[in-house]
Design a protein around this ligand. Sequence first.
Ligand SMILES: Nc1ncnc2c1ncn2[C@@H]1O[C@H](COP(=O)(O)OP(=O)(O)OP(=O)(O)O)[C@@H](O)[C@H]1O
Length: 680
Amino acid sequence: MLLRHRKPLRGPLVVMASKLLISSFNTSTFSNPKFISSRFPSNSYHPQLPLKSSSDLSFSTHASIPRPVPEVYLEIPDDKIVDTLQLKQLRLKLEEIGIACRLCQPGQKYGLLCPMCKGGDSGEKSLSLLIAEDGNAALWNCFRAKCGWRGNTRASADVKSSYNRMNKVTPKVKNIREITVRDLKLEPLCLELRGYFAERMISEETLRRNSVMQRQYENQTVIAFTYKRKGELISCKYRGLEKKFWQESDTEKILYGLDDIEGASDVIIVEGEMDKLAMEEAGFRNCVSVPDGAPPQVSSRDLPSQDKDIKYQYLWNCKEYLEKASRIILATDGDQPGQALAEELSRRLGRERCWRVKWPSKNENEHFKDANEVLMFMGPAALREVIESAELYPIKGLLNFRDYYSEIDAYYHQTFGTELGVSTGWKSLDDLYNIVPGELTVVTGVPNSGKSEWIDALICNLNQSVGWKFALCSMENNVREHGRKLLEKHLKKPFFDVRYGKHVERMSLEELEVGKQWLSDTFHLIRCENDCLPSVKWVLDLAKAAVLRYGVNGLVIDPYNELDHQRPPNHTETEYVSRMLTSIKRFAQHHSCHVWFVAHPRQLQQWDGKPPNLYDISGSAHFINKCDNGIVIHRNRDPEAGPLDQVQVCVRKVRNKVSGTIGDAFLQYNRITGEYMDIK
Ligand SMILES: Nc1ncnc2c1ncn2[C@@H]1O[C@H](COP(=O)(O)OP(=O)(O)OP(=O)(O)O)[C@@H](O)[C@H]1O
């Protein structure tokens, strides 16, 4: 007997709960939303009915189904409860789709067993059903997150509502027929068909054990693959002579050979009945075949909910057989649809327990495509070997060094020539700092120490030695000044013949023309032409375009403080810097592009004239933590201490010992051409 709760509605909680439940329901259906009970009867009646279709049903999953609000009660006088014709019709419809509502009364909410998920392992009554007070409509949802089945229906189909529209995307649950060998007029296989299987290396014993039969169909004898569960015939699939397949209508979709995997910890899934039989010949009974073959390609959509997963309903119908398996070998066909099927199966079964097979080569260009082919042409031992050497199904993001062997080999053989880093062009730095594609170098130094000059000289050297090209995001330089400095270094002549260059020959007009062409071929400028400061993301997006369009090998961001650093209010500066550097490193690695990032040190209170520390960079210690290389550029400004044109390149951090080590190198600065030279 159902428990009914007979306390009057009270308080704001009740009103809230009513609104919550009714808001997801057509209010015209429920004219009086205030009578709702969400306490579930503990002993509701729920026979296990097969899933059936109804023309005016609509189902959808909903992750955020409101859980029933407890302690909300209903008061309906007994004399108002009348089983109207429409209520009877409605109940029939609900029963048809497996909702056991024979004893459910209008205006109340009940907790029933969900026919879709059967309440999961615990068998909880997770389906919340509400029948409208007029007995004309019902609304249900399963509050188990894994299921989330929900829907609504009306007693009569011709009501104008959103149902028809929704029906188009909802599954039609067919009236499942019970079938028997006798009803289907199945017969034992004739000699000719047994011969057909023998050609395919399928023995009579295997055919018998799998109850492979035949049937007369439109003047021809066709093969009948019997789909059984616990020995009972559930469905039957026919195969005509021209490899034409069809299946008994209105039967439940299940895996072929289902009883063979009951309790198995290792399960093999193949793409056709013939492959299942072939596996048996190779000694594997723990094998099932999908009933419907393979999809043309992997769906680009998210995994649908169970009730909308029509094409793979057979997996859900056999869930309890598959969920205990710890290893599932996907031995689908080697062609594209077969691989798409493996992907779709692994998405549903959990990639972590899936394995895949590699079909052996047939000749130089081809592979065998499935189990039956391997059995026929290579024999049972070869098929066994294929299954025994199955490999783990790849999981995106979970990898092994094996996946990188070719990269490791290329590294060993220095195939690309840049594995040990490219020389800066200065001998004194060869042991300390070499440029590796994909790394991040942070450069610092007190103002006017020559950071930008040194980086310009370095990239000119790299262009000359290995032809690298660069994207320059140098906010402090105006374009013509930057062009001048780069040209002077490249042509080794001053741009002007006054002041700094008055004693040396100026670059000629012809040299300027050649130089301009070199500038255009070598550098791409990332510049914010208006007043706003560019963000790191903006710079990286353009740098990515420069990599893809022009194949640049390096990016210079000079300096850090000229970028827009508006950070989200909940981020500290440390967090912000950390994230920003992570995004720069990702860009560098992903595009094999070296990034030089210039960062100023914070204001040094009592500067002793010595090179600053990397930790002195204003903002955060993340600069030194995150960079691959950390360099401080320093120059002597005390004539007593040594030559004024001497520049100290302090290599303060080198993450990769292959490319260098910590130490100082000294270079000589040529003020006229901006070149840096090794000190002889
Ligand atoms: N060793 C040096 N001797 C003399 N002048 C130098 C030396 N190195 C750089 N300079 C000069 O110092 C000026 C500033 O150089 P640069 O712009 O490269 O310094 P910076 O460290 O990047 O400065 P800022 O911190 O202001 O960005 C330039 O005019 C350059 O010619």
